[in-house]
Write a protein that binds this ligand. Structure first.
Ligand SMILES: O=C(O)CCC(=O)C(=O)O
Ligand SMILES: [Fe+2]
Length: 222
C-alpha cells in the first residue's frame, strides 16, 4: 500500500470557493479530481481489502430497516474517526475543510460527519431512487439528521458503457420521480466528489457491469 502524507490544508482555496459558489447556486456540485490520484488509490485499496477480508456487510435501507438487495446492492463498512491509516485521516481532513467552509459561507450548521466505504459488486442492481433524509425530518423541516451528502468515487477507470452512474433528479418531488424526470447522470470516475443537499434531491445508482467503489458521507446538523 502506498503511503500518503497528511497535510491539514489538502484542498485548495480555489476548489473550496468553486464548491461553495456552485452549492449556493444549484444546491449540488460535482468536483473532478477533488483528491490527488495517489490518495484515491490508497482509499480504493483500503476499501477493496476490507471487502476481500469480509469486513463489509450488505447495506440496509430505511424503508425496510434491514438489508434488501432489491433496493440496494452495496456492501459497506463505516469508517472510524480515529482510524490511524494516513489515507483515511487525509480524507477526513479534506471533508472537514468542506464542513468548515460550508458553515462559514452557507451557515448550514453542520456538526457531525458519518461515512462509509461502499462496494457495489460487478453486475449489481445499484440503489433504487431514494432521498438521504428521513421523511420526519423533511416534513417537519426540523433540525437534525442528514443535511449534506458527500460521495467520493474511488474507481481506477470507469468506461462509458459500464453503467453505474449516480442519477440525480433535479426537480422537487413529493414521491420518487419517474426515470424520465429531469435529471443528470454522474459517472463514478475516481477522484470525483459529489455534494448535494440531503433532503432536496431524489437520486439512484444505476446498475453497473463493473465493481463500483466509493466512500460516502453525510454531514448532520446534530
Ligand atoms: O454511490 C453513489 O453514487 C450514491 C450512493 C447513495 O445514494 C447512498 O449511499 O445513499
Ligand atoms: Fe443516497
Amino acid at each position: 500500500m502506498k503511503t500518503v502524507s497528511i497535510s491539514t490544508h489538502s484542498v485548495s482555496d480555489s476548489v473550496i470557493e468553486t464548491l461553495i459558489d456552485t452549492l449556493a447556486a444549484q444546491q449540488y456540485c460535482v468536483i473532478d479530481q477533488f483528491l490527488a490520484p495517489a490518495l484515491v488509490t490508497s482509499l480504493r485499496e483500503i476499501a477493496q481489502a476490507q471487502h476481500q477480508q469480509g469486513h463489509m456487510h450488505l447495506a440496509g435501507t430505511s424503508q425496510a430497516g434491514m438489508a434488501n438487495a432489491n433496493l440496494r446492492s452495496d456492501h459497506i463498512v463505516w469508517l472510524e474517526e480515529d482510524d490511524p491509516q494516513p489515507a483515511i485521516q487525509h480524507y477526513l481532513s479534506a471533508l472537514h475543510q468542506v464542513q468548515s467552509a460550508v458553515n462559514r459561507d452557507l451557515m448550514m450548521g453542520l456538526q457531525t460527519f458519518e461515512t462509509h466505504f461502499a462496494v457495489y459488486p460487478a453486475g449489481s442492481v445499484g440503489y433504487a431512487t431514494h432521498i438521504d433524509q428521513f421523511r420526519l425530518h423533511r416534513e417537519a423541516a426540523s433540525p437534525g439528521g442528514r443535511a449534506l451528502s458527500a460521495v467520493l468515487y474511488l474507481n481506477e477507470t470507469w468506461p462509458d458503457d459500464a453503467g453505474g452512474a449516480l442519477r440525480l433528479y433535479l426537480g422537487e418531488h413529493a414521491h420518487p420521480p419517474a426515470r424520465e424526470a429531469k435529471h443528470i447522470d454522474i459517472a463514478p470516475t475516481g477522484g470525483k466528489l459529489v455534494l448535494f443537499l440531503s433532503g432536496r434531491f431524489w437520486h439512484e445508482v444505476l446498475p453497473a457491469t463493473l465493481p463500483r467503489v466509493s466512500v460516502t458521507g453525510w454531514f448532520k446538523t446534530r
